[in-house]
Design a protein around this ligand. Structure first.
Ligand SMILES: *Cc1c(COP(=O)(O)O)cnc(C)c1O
Ligand SMILES: [Zn+2]
Length: 402
């Protein structure tokens, strides 16, 4: 049974039908999917999940999928969480954990959003989706679009990572490079969508990507036995879809009575070269200003203005969390340390979250015994440039100079 009931604008409260393609509310707000959680409560309990597929679609009642519809899936979700014991010892935390989204198809958690978004687009009969991207979203939507036999149009800055271009082309997306920023690519996509009738799926202009990323929150709760949730969840925040999604998931689980009591403090991590949400948090505001001259080596969190900034700020404040910045140097150091002492090759954004854990312990926001969960949003294998490789070639037949 599908429990999706309608879409709601969190800015003005207006309700919209979920049965036809829609981007934003007329007030400009992003739309959130709402479900018939009363009916769901009566029909489903955590025990029903036992034995289901180990993908995010094990939570299909909480997702925008039609009765009897096969989701468009590549096995995304149900990523591992493991303890960082050595790092915890070094940084003074006895219960430090990492959830590794690098194991998702296409190497990042963008796969979750794409799986949900493309599944819904398919049900609504959409033939072509179009988006600007800085990297990982393009790869993920191209992959799921290919699987759904849907046309995908991608525009990205000419200086986007080579891997992003490679992925989109390999998956058969119509890929365009733009001499400009992602915002410039976004304007060209919007114009093309108007002209050609493509459905725009850029971040939060499409309501279902959040639903996919929400499943991280469902997994965090299920992995905790629906009881011992982390005290702190640390998330590298760009558009903020993940943090909004995790917080939404926890609210829905509370509403159906699957979890109760204290929820995790949500922490948004940004770079000191692009920190609109941190700035708004510190200023006590609910909206962020456009961040001029955004720069950081962590491209996933280089987002100068997020459409859902107010939802991120709400989640941080409601949860008693915080927002902070880290520098590129701290990102590089955390990236190296996780690989060397934990065997975890993570993405720069994940390294930003790890660096933030260290800082929050130092300034006392995190207590020594807190259960702390770092989200690593992508695989380090997509970022070979993070590690300097500078090896001398030895003549064969000689001795290794160890
Ligand atoms: C997109 C991206 C982010 C930021 O995600 P949001 O949910 O939009 O804040 C973080 N890390 C990686 C690797 C990404 O690709
Ligand atoms: Zn509205």
């Amino acid at each position: 049974m599908s429990y999706l009931s309608h879409l709601e604008c969190p800015r003005c409260g207006e309700e919209h039908s979920a049965d036809k393609p829609i981007n934003l509310c007329q007030c400009g707000g992003p739309l959130l999917a709402r479900y018939d959680l009363k009916r769901l409560t009566q029909k489903l309990s955590p025990a029903d999940l036992r034995g289901r597929v180990a993908t995010m679609w094990r939570y299909r009642e909480f997702l925008p999928v039609e009765d009897g519809q096969e989701p468009v899936t590549l096995g995304e979700g149900c990523t591992p969480t493991f303890p960082l014991n050595e790092l915890g010892k070094r940084w003074g935390m006895s219960d430090l954990m990492l959830k590794d989204e690098g194991l998702c198809p296409t190497g990042t958690f963008k796969a979750r959003g794409a799986s949900a978004g493309i599944t819904r687009a398919k049900a609504l009969g959409i033939a072509t989706v179009a988006m600007p991207t800085a990297g990982n979203a393009g790869g993920a939507w191209s992959a799921y679009g290919a699987r759904a036999r849907m046309e995908v149009i991608i525009a990205m800055p000419a200086d986007a990572p080579e891997m992003a271009k490679t992925e989109c082309i390999a998956y058969g997306a119509k890929t365009f490079l733009v001499d400009g920023l992602i915002s410039d690519a976004g304007k060209m996509i919007a114009a093309g969508a108007k002209e050609h009738g493509w459905f725009e799926v850029s971040t939060l202009k499409e309501p279902y990507r959040i639903e996919g990323k929400k499943t991280m929150g469902l997994e965090i709760a299920e992995d905790s036995g629906w009881r011992d949730l982390p005290d702190v969840v640390i998330y590298p925040t760009g558009g903020g879809v993940g943090i909004i999604g995790i917080w939404k998931a926890l609210a829905e689980l509370e509403e159906v009575g699957w979890i109760s009591g204290k929820k995790p403090k949500m922490v948004a991590v940004q770079s000191d070269g692009c920190a609109p949400i941190v700035e708004a948090f510190e200023a006590g505001r609910r909206d962020s200003d456009f961040w001029e001259g955004a720069h950081t080596l962590a491209g996933g969190i280089r987002v100068p203005k997020a459409l859902g900034d107010f939802l991120v700020l709400d989640a941080i404040r409601e949860s008693g969390g915080t927002a902070l910045t880290v520098s590129d140097e701290e990102i590089v150091a955390a990236h190296a340390e996780l690989a060397e002492v934990e065997g975890a090759l993570i993405c720069p954004e994940g390294a930003a979250a790890a660096a933030a854990a260290k800082k929050l312990r130092e300034d006392g926001f995190i207590a020594a015994g807190d259960r702390v969960l770092i989200l690593n949003t992508g695989s380090g294998l997509k970022y070979p440039e993070m590690t300097e490789v500078n090896l001398e070639v030895l003549p064969k037949g000689g001795r290794l100079p160890v």
